[in-house]
Write a protein that binds this ligand. Structure first.
Ligand code: GLV
Length: 316
């Protein structure tokens, strides 16, 4: 029996693989489920053989090196992105890192499509007009926006989630373009991000956050987009330069934005909160009961596998 730290509350049934394997679960979070602060996280990790964490936990060298050398064997992020984990240090220390690929693609693609629809039809502005008593009657020329069907969708990155978005776009008769680090050889592949930005009516981001993708969409890139185009981000906040995005929305040089992720979450750039034609959601891309449970179980199973000396399929 090993000790496994579960840093935050998971959905019911999420920890079943740990329980079935007979491991002891250490769950130090309180009723309010507040993330552990850095020192607490390191102190808890020091006493454990494995850890299931969330993207709100910063798993840095201090956490990874906190215990007796070699005790902590695996860190499993209940998320597909793992930019919160110092993977290089984990590798050096021989700590395995797992994530949750595959189980959240369709749920996240649904959410991306929600933002595509909301941004392109400017639903948030229209709803705010209604809620705040600005709807004075049906107007032929009020709340005019742009069509989703028939529009050109540019996917930046072409992993599983982007491909799930592309499948949905087919039902909307959209032209779908994509960029990728390597030539996919698939229809719609565009080698240059700049060309994709110029041609798309909707640009949806599906790249992991790395040093190469930080501020991938900045002032110059936004300037290449059509003034009616919208930007959708369900990937990671820092992929977009939020100040440049706020400028473009305020100046009307960009048609709109649909954002589920932010730089410095849970704080949100106040300029984006006030920006026109923007739909903002609190990082809920994978937030359905079924998907969150599958994510939790996959992360926990990864811990069980590593502790049993097996190589889990979701090893980073
Ligand atoms: C959510 O953002 C995830 O990476 O799973």
């Amino acid at each position: 029996m090993a000790r496994v730290l579960v840093t935050r509350r998971l959905t019911p049934g999420g920890t079943d693989p740990l329980l079935e394997a007979g491991h002891e679960i250490v769950a130090p979070f309180g009723d309010d489920d507040t993330p552990l602060v850095a020192g607490e996280l390191a102190a808890q990790a020091a006493e454990c053989d494995g850890m299931v964490c969330l993207l709100t936990d910063r798993i840095d060298a201090a956490v990874l090196e906190s215990g007796v050398a070699g005790r902590l064997r695996v860190v499993a992020n209940a998320a597909v992105g793992f930019d919160n984990i110092d993977v290089a240090t984990a590798r050096t220390l021989g700590v395995s890192v797992c994530n949750t690929p595959g189980v959240l693609d369709d749920t996240t693609a649904d959410l991306a499509f929600l933002l595509i629809l909301a941004a392109r039809r400017d639903a948030t502005t229209a709803e705010a007009d209604l809620r705040h008593g600005r709807w004075t009657g049906w107007g032929f020329t009020t709340n005019l926006a742009h069509d989703v069907h028939g529009a050109t969708l540019g996917l930046v990155g072409y992993g599983r989630i982007a491909q799930a978005v592309a499948r949905r776009a087919a039902g909307f008769d959209m032209e779908v373009l994509h960029t990728s680090r390597t030539n996919t050889g698939l229809p719609g592949y565009v080698s240059e991000l700049r060309e994709l930005l110029r041609r798309s009516d909707i640009v949806s981001l599906h790249v992991p956050l790395t040093e190469a993708t930080r501020h991938l969409i900045g002032r110059e890139e936004l300037a290449l987009m059509k003034p009616t185009a919208v930007l959708v981000n369900t990937a990671r906040g820092p992929v977009v330069d939020e100040e440049a995005l706020a400028d473009a929305l305020e100046a009307g040089t960009l048609g709109g934005a649909g954002l589920d992720v932010f730089d410095g979450e849970p704080s949100v750039n106040p300029r984006l909160v006030k920006a026109p034609r923007a739909t903002l959601l609190p990082h809920v891309g994978s937030a359905t009961v079924g998907t969150r449970t599958r994510m939790a179980q996959l992360a926990c199973q990864g811990v069980v596998d590593v502790l049993a000396g097996r190589t889990p399929p979701n090893l980073v």
